[in-house]
Design a protein around this ligand. Structure first.
Ligand SMILES: [Zn+2]
Length: 410
């Protein structure tokens, strides 16, 4: 049976580092964690076993177009039907496109990521393509499909009364047979009546829902001008999503709405800054008790490497906490955004932490490297100094998704 001896393991949902005499697994399940004392710093190098990371907001569909949107605004780069992303994706044949998506997933695996929640464009075709790529790489894709084309014209959206056209309803039914749920870009893409239909159809099919909110101030103001209410309150009341993405412009009232709703939020600060947007209110959301997750958003904007996103997020939150609050944020709270917090959103077999009897879903990090082996604060080092080169192996349910050539320790 495979095992790793004399290592450090982040144990349990609180991610407490412990010395571990043996971390072992049988088939797809952890069956041994012989924990020693907790350890917050290292005297000499060791291997570190951490839960496999989850990236809770990706668009792997545009992994074929790295930096294609450089120099474009959010609307010019990403909005349907004429945005750069949609025009360019339409030109790709399926084999080429699938190859790019699988390459992005292999890169995720070599950076310690085992799964992602993907907001997949291109309707039924798009969701199928990602499902096929995922089957080849073993990376867990939770696919939230989107209509291939916007069902409503501008004037119909402005009137805000129309029901979903029959063609969209039929597309949704087929989409939900392949995808794990439904997403749209913004609340402004559908009418209030259509959102109620989406909620009903996804609930009936036992599927998930997600939506982008408050990415820029236009999301709120357009929603107010058409419906009298902002996009976040409409999302919470009409759609009741499992997941709300961005919140870059959330004010104090909207942060309270999020906390009261108990809906999970996904933050994407690197993607936000790349588009010239402000950074999200990470510390206020943390203090309000919102279940926070982290994503890297479009591969076109940002490589899907969560270590870089964790580093950026920790430092931003630290700056927002201020000089006097030197212990804020707890680095473990930042790491939970890509590990154990996923249980509060996805549930089921998505635990995001390590314990005997749970899935053998983990990454092995090389803390024998000279610049890491003497850390005085292990958790801070974990969220600020990791790179792809430090990941020796990534396993999901016992299946090896990535292993470094030099690593043969189990
Ligand atoms: Zn997105």
């Amino acid at each position: 049976m495979p095992s790793i001896k004399d290592c450090v393991v982040l144990a349990g949902a609180e991610l407490v580092p412990h010395r571990c005499r043996e971390f072992g697994w049988k088939h797809d399940t952890i069956d041994r964690m012989e924990l020693g004392h907790p350890c917050t710093q290292l005297e000499h190098g060791t291997l570190l076993v951490v839960p496999g990371l989850y990236n809770s907001h990706t668009h792997l569909g545009d992994s074929a177009l790295p930096d294609g949107a450089a120099g474009l605004t959010l609307e010019e780069g990403f909005f349907r039907p004429h945005g750069y992303k949609y025009r360019e994706l339409a030109k790709l044949d399926a084999t080429t496109h699938r190859g790019h998506i699988a390459a992005a997933q292999r890169y995720m695996a070599r950076t310690g990521t085992v799964g992602h929640i993907d907001f997949r464009e291109q309707g039924v075709f798009g969701s199928k393509l990602l499902r096929e790529a995922s089957a080849t790489t073993g990376v867990d894709s939770i696919i939230l499909g989107q209509f291939n084309e916007s069902p409503f014209a501008e004037e119909t959206l402005a009137a805000n009364t129309a029901t979903l056209p029959d063609s969209a309803r039929a597309e949704l039914t087929t989409l939900l047979q392949i995808a794990d749920g439904f997403s749209e870009s913004t609340m402004n893409d559908l009418t209030d009546t259509a959102w109620r239909e989406i909620k009903q159809a996804t609930s009936a099919a036992g599927k998930r829902r997600a939506i982008h909110c408050l990415e820029n101030p236009g999301y709120r103001s357009l929603s107010e001008s058409r419906t009298g209410r902002g996009d976040l309150i409409r999302a919470i009341e009409l759609l009741e999503p499992d997941l709300i993405v961005h919140l870059t412009h959330a004010d104090a009232n909207e942060i309270k709405l999020m906390a009261d709703s108990q809906i999970s939020a996904v933050l994407n600060p690197q993607a936000n800054t790349t588009l010239g947007l402000p950074v999200p209110p990470i510390m206020p959301l943390l203090r309000a008790g919102v279940n926070l997750l982290l994503g890297t958003d479009n591969v076109m904007l940002n490589p899907p490497n969560l270590w870089a996103e964790l580093n950026f997020t920790y430092r931003l939150a630290r700056s927002q906490a201020g000089e006097a609050q030197a212990s804020q944020p707890d680095p473990a709270a930042i790491l939970r955004m890509v590990t154990s917090n996923i249980a509060g959103c996805l549930g089921g077999d998505h635990h995001g932490h390590l314990a005997p009897g749970l899935p053998a879903t983990f990454a092995v990090l090389d803390f024998t490297a000279e610049h890491l082996g003497h850390t005085r604060n292990l958790m801070t080092t974990l969220v600020t100094r990791m790179g792809a080169e430090n990941v020796l192996a990534t396993l999901r349910q016992g299946r090896e998704l990535w292993r470094h050539d030099a690593f043969d320790a189990y």
